[in-house]
Design a protein around this ligand. Structure first.
Ligand SMILES: [Zn+2]
Ligand SMILES: [Zn+2]
Length: 156
């Protein structure tokens, strides 16, 4: 397999919905618009396009909320993870990049909806940093067992 033929996989937090496509996303971007903020429960949405014919739902399917006459958003009905945004008339689907198994491989190249960008967005990279091991009490750390689906496909 060469770079562009590589299978890219991802899915929701509980693993009920999984997907795959070849290559990388088209125009990986951040959208700061108010609808994406709400849909993701976040300050912005990281999204990248995949041609519909290149996108396969390998386990389950997302539930759909139509957020406007022209657009719909997919999410896992079991755990709530936002998974997609797409314009209904278009031939591609935008994948929520944080749901990829290896989200670090997609580097955002555009920012949209910047009229709603948080006024302190540029300040985020300067926040005091704390790794989980140093900011969580040892007894709590020891008690954490992740129920999150691992970052790779599984048999069930
Ligand atoms: Zn789920
Ligand atoms: Zn948006």
């Amino acid at each position: 397999m060469t770079g562009t033929d590589q299978l890219t996989t991802g899915g929701c937090q509980c693993g009920a919905v999984r997907y795959a496509f070849t290559g990388k996303t088209i125009n990986p971007s951040l959208c700061h618009c108010r609808m994406c903020q709400k849909a993701f429960g976040s300050y912005f949405a990281p999204l990248g396009g995949v041609k519909n014919e290149n996108l396969t739902w390998t386990r389950g399917k997302p539930a759909i909320f139509q957020s406007s006459p022209v657009a719909e958003r997919g999410f896992c009905a079991a755990c709530g993870t936002p998974l997609t945004f797409r314009y209904i008339a278009d031939s591609d689907t935008n994948i929520a990049l944080g749901s990829l198994d290896h989200p670090q491989n997609e580097i955002p190249v555009n920012a949209y909806g910047t009229e709603s960008e948080m006024p302190w967005f540029d300040w985020l990279a300067t926040l005091p940093a704390h790794a989980t091991e140093t900011s969580t009490a040892p007894d709590r750390l020891a008690a954490i067992t992740s129920f999150q689906h691992p970052d790779h496909d599984t048999d069930r």
